[in-house]
Ligand binder design. Structure first.
Ligand code: ATP
Ligand code: MG
Length: 445
């Protein structure tokens, strides 16, 4: 992408409405624009990162054997009356009437609809286990939408649903989700700690939330600092392997880590004092096992091995895809702007031409642009006739992890400069070396 042709409405001033850094930086970097309270347009730069995050979620879900699908955002109230949640959900549910005066709603989640699909098409235990998921817009009429995309009213969420014959199988599905979520967040450069949580309106007993530690988080959390030493890394996972999933789940959930809803002071005090931490966290996902709550209410049964009908065991599993942009920025920024982790960066490398119009500098930039593109990487080339200082400030604000600076003086000696956004460290090298270095970095990312 060439900056001269891009739609990147960068703001010079800090927007007054932004109370936290991620919101401020997303507005300043021209990623989003509020259209009404808690409802945003995703401008090209924001949309690009949203898609990157969505791609990672899709890839990791499918590695775990879960099947993508798509359900409508507007649903009939009837199914929600069947489960009892039409009345229970309260004011967070956006209720709509169609022209025939029928009650409709904008989906806040989709347990009812997926259970209806399931009961219409699955009748035998032989078709289990089954896990279906979607990434779709949700609407919750939050009392206090705030912090930009972190607590929107309209937000983008991955919601997945497992259907299993027995509780044991459903608990494997739960563990499988936990394991695949760990890898999903790590690929985004995030440490998201699974914490024992409260189930809220979804219902059920077993649930973990995934929290990213950040001072601006809305949840108060309590944990054993040893949990922050755990990393998932690139282990090989066989998602059908019940024992492997169980043992990883235990590795990541036995140490004390709870939100305020389930915090237990006595248990917490068993953690050695020097490892006890109280902090704030951003919830970026949650997994639930709720047994037969919905299958009982909605009569979702399959024929069991003995020929008798049994209610299926279910769970649901969410990832806050749009909230993740805010969470990643909260976890990775400095006073100049965003610092994108390599896994989600909108463009792989920025090219800054210090003297646009200089024949040699222009040609060197064009050549770099061509080579990165040919290597399957996406460069963002600042080809505007602007002062170098302004170009650097924009690059720092939008946060690409790597920048190549090209100018006539360097080119005289045959070199350009490669700069890390994170460390600020610059190294001179030939353009060919710079291309090779950046290619290497992303081959490993
Ligand atoms: P919260 O406690 O933050 O209101 P929740 O527990 O009600 O969230 P879930 O039903 O677990 O949310 O939804 C799955 C995920 O969707 C959450 O973990 C969160 O990351 C994201 N999410 C929920 N509500 C919002 C919102 N209003 N704006 C953006 N993301 C949200
Ligand atoms: Mg939740």
């Amino acid at each position: 992408m060439r900056m001269s042709r891009y739609f990147l409405p960068v703001l010079k001033e800090d927007p007054a409405e932004a109370a936290i850094v991620s919101h401020r930086l997303m507005l300043r970097a021209g990623m989003i624009k509020q259209s009404s309270a808690g409802i945003y347009s995703w401008l090209p730069m924001g949309y690009k990162v949203l898609r990157k995050i969505e791609d990672i979620v899709h890839e990791e879900q499918q590695k775990a054997g879960h099947m993508p699908m798509l359900m409508p955002t507007i649903q009939s109230a009837d199914l929600w009356r069947e489960s009892g949640r039409y009345d229970d959900y309260g004011e967070e549910m956006l209720r709509i009437k169609d022209r025939h005066d029928r009650d409709m709603l904008f989906t806040p989640t989709a347990e009812e609809l997926i259970t209806d699909i399931f009961r219409s098409h699955v009748s035998s235990y032989k078709d289990l286990p089954l896990t279906l998921y979607q990434i779709q817009w949700k609407f919750r009429d939050e009392r206090r939408p705030r912090f930009g995309v972190m607590r929107g009213r309209e937000f983008y969420m991955k919601d997945g649903y497992n259907f299993d014959l027995t509780k044991e199988d459903a608990l494997h599905a739960y563990n499988r989700h936990l394991v695949s979520y760990l890898r999903t967040y790590e690929r985004m450069g995030l440490q998201a700690i699974p914490m024992r949580a409260d189930s809220g309106p979804i219902g059920g007993d077993d649930t973990h939330e995934f929290l990213v530690l950040a001072d601006t988080g809305e949840s108060e959390v309590f944990y054993d600092s040893a949990v922050t030493d755990l990393t998932f890394g690139d282990r090989e996972i066989d998602f059908d392997d019940v024992d492997q999933c169980q043992s990883i789940m235990e590795e990541f959930t036995t140490k004390y880590a709870r939100t305020d809803e389930t915090h237990d002071e006595a248990l917490f005090n068993e953690v050695p004092e020097e490892r006890r931490r109280t902090a704030r966290g951003i919830e970026v996902g949650q997994i639930f096992y709720f047994g037969t709550k919905y299958s009982d209410a909605m009569n979702a049964k399959v024929q069991g091995p003995d020929g008798k009908p049994v209610a299926v065991h279910m769970g649901s599993h969410g990832i806050g895809v749009s909230r993740l942009l805010g969470a990643i920025i909260e976890a990775s920024h400095d006073d100049k702007g965003i610092i994108w982790p390599e896994g989600v960066t909108p463009y792989h490398v920025g090219i800054v031409n210090l003297k646009q119009g200089d024949e040699e500098a222009d040609a060197a930039c064009e050549q770099l642009y061509k080579e990165f593109t040919a290597a399957g990487l996406e460069p963002l080339y600042d080809d505007r006739k602007e002062r170098a200082g302004g170009k650097f400030a924009t690059m720092d604000l939008i946060g690409l992890p790597w920048r190549i600076t090209v100018g006539p003086r360097g080119l005289k000696n045959g070199v350009v400069e490669l700069t890390s956004r994170k460390t600020g460290e610059s190294t001179e090298m030939t353009p060919a070396e710079a291309v090779a270095r950046v290619k290497d970095i992303y081959a490993g990312a």
